[in-house]
Design a protein around this ligand. Structure first.
Ligand SMILES: Nc1ncnc2c1ncn2[C@@H]1O[C@H](COP(=O)(O)OP(=O)(O)OP(=O)(O)O)[C@@H](O)[C@H]1O
Ligand SMILES: [Mg+2]
Length: 284
């Protein structure tokens, strides 16, 4: 996982086993006095075949990180790779194709098309790409997510949780190698939430997929292999083989850090001297 900062060189391909990678990833919104640094020189490696959770306070940059890693948003500085392809600097068309072929994205807002029914929404990305869905896989996705009897409904005729599940099915339908899920269980009751988490877990364990999931829920994070903690646009800590308890403990320390006035040594202060702090090697 750790990588020397020396790799911060243009065009350098990442090692095998990395599904996505960022070096010096910086994202600023606006400029001048109103500028917001959503991501501040983030270095991160997303290991292939692993379930990674991303946690952190609201506004810490979680969605921005996912969007930049998935090539859905431009970066202000730094580099991003998907597999061995550097996507920062790719032309729009190439990026669109790469994203379509290799990435599934579940947005924090579901982004369903209101005029299409559930099934049409699920297969839309493949329809656009002119690809036939693998029907057996699609059936498995639809049944696991309990959408069989809702396929003809439009989003407005579905509950929030059902819309969430349609968005989940859409992300999984083309069996992408890398799935980004931004709070996929945020609108689900606990049973449906557990099913989605179980499904993501299976996708990793049995189907060789890679999942990156943002969540605020320690119980959801406990389904992952690794939790990355973001604060103020930086990865400040990580927890391997998390449990709900260990994640909750770590989150409590965010609250303490927030309640404490900030000195200049912000990064050190927030890492809180935790064992295993300092993520992804190479602090620029
Ligand atoms: N389009 C935008 N224009 C300006 N600022 C933005 C924009 N999108 C995000 N931001 C800012 O960037 C920062 C990070 O936002 P982001 O959505 O990544 O946070 P988050 O960690 O996903 O939060 P939440 O848990 O609430 O979803 C926030 O301060 C936010 O206000
Ligand atoms: Mg968000």
């Amino acid at each position: 996982m750790s990588t020397p900062a020396a790799e911060h060189a243009p065009g350098l391909a990442p090692a095998d086993g990395t599904a996505a990678r960022a070096r010096g990833l910086t994202k600023a919104y606006g400029s001048g006095e109103t500028a917001v640094i959503a991501l501040d020189a983030v270095d991160v490696d997303i290991t292939r075949g692993r379930f990674t959770a991303v946690m952190g306070p609201s506004g810490s940059g979680k969605s921005t990180l996912m969007h930049c890693l998935a090539g859905l948003d431009t970066v202000s500085a730094g580099q991003v790779w998907l597999g061995d392809t550097e996507i920062t600097g790719l032309k729009d068309r190439e990026l669109t194709r790469l994203r379509r072929d290799r990435i599934g994205f579940m947005f924090q807002s579901f982004n369903l098309i209101p005029t299409l029914n559930a099934r049409e929404n699920i297969t839309l990305p493949m329809d656009i790409a002119g690809r036939k869905p693998d029907e057996a896989w699609l059936d498995q996705v639809i049944d696991t997510l309990g959408l069989r009897d809702r396929l003809k409904h439009r989003p407005a005729q579905l509950s929030g949780g059902q819309q969430q599940r349609v968005a989940c099915a859409r992300a999984l339908a083309s069996r992408p190698e890398l799935i980004f899920a931004d709070e996929p269980t945020g609108n689900l009751d606990s049973r449906a939430g557990l099913e989605v988490l179980g499904f993501l877990r299976e996708a990793v364990d049995r189907l060789d997929q890679t999942v990156v999931m943002v969540t605020h829920d320690p119980g959801a994070a406990a389904h992952s292999d690794l939790v990355l903690f973001l604060a103020d646009g930086r990865i400040v800590d990580e927890t391997h083989r998390p449990t709900a308890e260990s994640v909750l403990e770590r989150m409590k320390r965010f609250d303490v850090a927030r309640a404490t006035p900030r000195g200049t040594g912000r990064r050190d202060g927030e890492a809180g001297g935790t064992p295993g702090g300092g993520v992804g090697g190479g602090e620029g």
